[in-house]
Design a protein around this ligand. Sequence first.
Ligand SMILES: *[C@@H]1O[C@H](CO)[C@@H](O)[C@H](O)[C@H]1NC(C)=O
Ligand SMILES: *[C@@H]1O[C@H](CO)[C@@H](O)[C@H](O)[C@H]1NC(C)=O
Ligand SMILES: *[C@@H]1O[C@H](CO)[C@@H](O)[C@H](O)[C@H]1NC(C)=O
Ligand SMILES: *[C@@H]1O[C@H](CO)[C@@H](O)[C@H](O)[C@H]1NC(C)=O
Ligand SMILES: *[C@@H]1O[C@H](CO)[C@@H](O)[C@H](O)[C@H]1NC(C)=O
Ligand SMILES: *[C@@H]1O[C@H](CO)[C@@H](O)[C@H](O)[C@H]1NC(C)=O
Ligand SMILES: *[C@@H]1O[C@H](CO)[C@@H](O)[C@H](O)[C@H]1NC(C)=O
Ligand SMILES: *[C@@H]1O[C@H](CO)[C@@H](O)[C@H](O)[C@H]1NC(C)=O
Ligand SMILES: *[C@@H]1O[C@H](CO)[C@@H](O)[C@H](O)[C@H]1NC(C)=O
Length: 481
Amino acid sequence: MALTAALALAALLPAAAGETVLGVYIFHRHGDRTAKEWPPTALTALGTEQVLSSGTYYRNRYIGANASSPIAGVSHDLAVLSQLSVSAPVDSVLQNSAQAFLQGLYPPAGSVATQKLANGTDTNPPLGGYQYIPVNAVTSAASGSSSENSVWLQGTSGCGNAMISSNEYYTSTEYLDTLASTADFYKSLEPVINGTFTEAQASFKNAYAIYDLIHVATIHNSTIPSSSLLTPETLHQLQTRADQHEWGLAYNSSSPIRAVSGAVLAAQIVQSLNSTLQTASAASGLKLGIQFGAYGTFMSFFGLAQLPAVSADFTGMVDYASSFAVELVTNSTAARPAAADVAVRFLFSNGSAGLNAAGLQPFPLFGRRETLLPWDTFASEMGKFAIGDTGAWCRACGNTTGVCADYAAGAAGAAGGDAGNGGGDGGVSRPVAGVIGAVVTLVVVLALEGLLMAVAGLRLTKKKAAFSTEAQADKLSTSSK
Ligand SMILES: *[C@@H]1O[C@H](CO)[C@@H](O)[C@H](O)[C@H]1NC(C)=O
Ligand SMILES: *[C@@H]1O[C@H](CO)[C@@H](O)[C@H](O)[C@H]1NC(C)=O
Ligand SMILES: *[C@@H]1O[C@H](CO)[C@@H](O)[C@H](O)[C@H]1NC(C)=O
Ligand SMILES: *[C@@H]1O[C@H](CO)[C@@H](O)[C@H](O)[C@H]1NC(C)=O
Ligand SMILES: *[C@@H]1O[C@H](CO)[C@@H](O)[C@H](O)[C@H]1NC(C)=O
Ligand SMILES: *[C@@H]1O[C@H](CO)[C@@H](O)[C@H](O)[C@H]1NC(C)=O
Ligand SMILES: *[C@@H]1O[C@H](CO)[C@@H](O)[C@H](O)[C@H]1NC(C)=O
Ligand SMILES: *[C@@H]1O[C@H](CO)[C@@H](O)[C@H](O)[C@H]1NC(C)=O
Ligand SMILES: *[C@@H]1O[C@H](CO)[C@@H](O)[C@H](O)[C@H]1NC(C)=O
């Protein structure tokens, strides 16, 4: 609260005088969605509005002819596909969120999209010049590519050490104490949730699933059973317990591998911004990296980047359509600025940047005070925890078989180097890194899903199965049919 109030001033202040934005990396959560106990889960009208208005906000900030912090060289009205790299897991809610966001970023171009034919006739594209921007999905690779990454894409396996680490949460004192101290609280909600959860399931074990069921209902259902039980205090406790539970699974400072999804995201951010820097003088260079993903990845990244040192709010789940942006900026006027003249700024909006009065606000990373960090400092801080290639992933996860066999100690051609240092150019192309990131999310998610089901003892009736998937809605890259 204080955080938002203190920062509410400058929603769309122009960039510092003389400063040029070279490019941006955006990580984004999906908008409001329907409950998953009634599949297929879909982005709602409300959620579409949230992500569209976020896209419009980013357009007004970085893209449009009158943008407040224009990205140098970015195309204003007609999307140039080489300037954009957009990805989202194969999940209909995340995919649709990305598409709606892109409609805000590059709306139908109207007469700007008119093309002249050889015979002099003007032609207008359909749908008012709707722009088709690909969202590079990570598929299940059922088509069977022979690339090593397709093995990962099948999602049948996970990051071994991260699974072990997350599992430890369920034996931690913090978890067991909370499970005991909240038993009465969850039992008291039985009349609200007994259509979905058995008495045994009504506990902190299912903190997220119970919160999510009720949260979606409070937004969309005017006839919740026993809704009189849902006082503001109860709803607050439901949310903060879910925050505690999900944070516990996403991050533990004594066990950084638990945050593997944030570590992979960190490498993707550095690789994307580095590509922007290397190609700054080229009109076709990458300007905007955009990825849609899970609240759990936000949490893992926040933990690794030490954002809880700024505010404990960073240990809570971000609202629907939240996003963070990492800006690459310079005061240099050179067409291709030297790395030493370039700096990075981290900005975050809790909820849709277009609907949140404060818009994006800067926050300092890595336990520092300044919100603008030299590029080299940023890259080396990220490099301390980033995981940027297959070999680093295999070593950090302790995996030695399957796709990791080539990287196991002693294997012919095993990649050397420090497992923690994937922030540099580890020789993995951007698309491959993207695939790794998505796959890591996928495998962690699948692992967590199995874990939660085992721990929570959710019964696998058809309906319950759908709900237990719902329970980690945002973690799940694979939830939709
Ligand atoms: C930019 O702002 C100017 C002055 O306010 C206005 O005349 C112009 O139409 C705007 N251009 C776009 C593309 O919005
Ligand atoms: C020009 O070419 C287009 C596409 O072939 C055709 O539809 C149109 O009738 C032509 N116009 C003239 C004036 O010939
Ligand atoms: C990694 O190791 C874990 C634990 O041994 C295993 O369950 C998982 O399938 C492995 N993942 C890959 C990608 O091989
Ligand atoms: C955090 O990790 C440490 C070391 O693995 C473990 O002892 C502790 O129980 C974990 N705490 C939580 C809350 O998971
Ligand atoms: C849930 O609890 C309410 C109130 O105790 C009861 O009226 C209702 O029948 C229960 N529903 C189910 C499905 O058990
Ligand atoms: C509202 O909740 C009730 C009870 O769980 C359910 O029967 C009904 O279908 C829900 N309505 C909507 C619009 O979700
Ligand atoms: C975002 O808002 C939610 C409340 O909806 C809160 O729990 C969380 O801590 C907030 N996160 C940040 C970083 O402000
Ligand atoms: C650009 O110059 C302004 C004014 O001196 C300064 O506040 C800002 O930090 C500089 N930005 C960068 C990226 O060096
Ligand atoms: C950026 O890319 C260049 C060229 O590929 C590479 O030499 C450099 O190490 C990279 N820097 C970082 C911080 O990844």
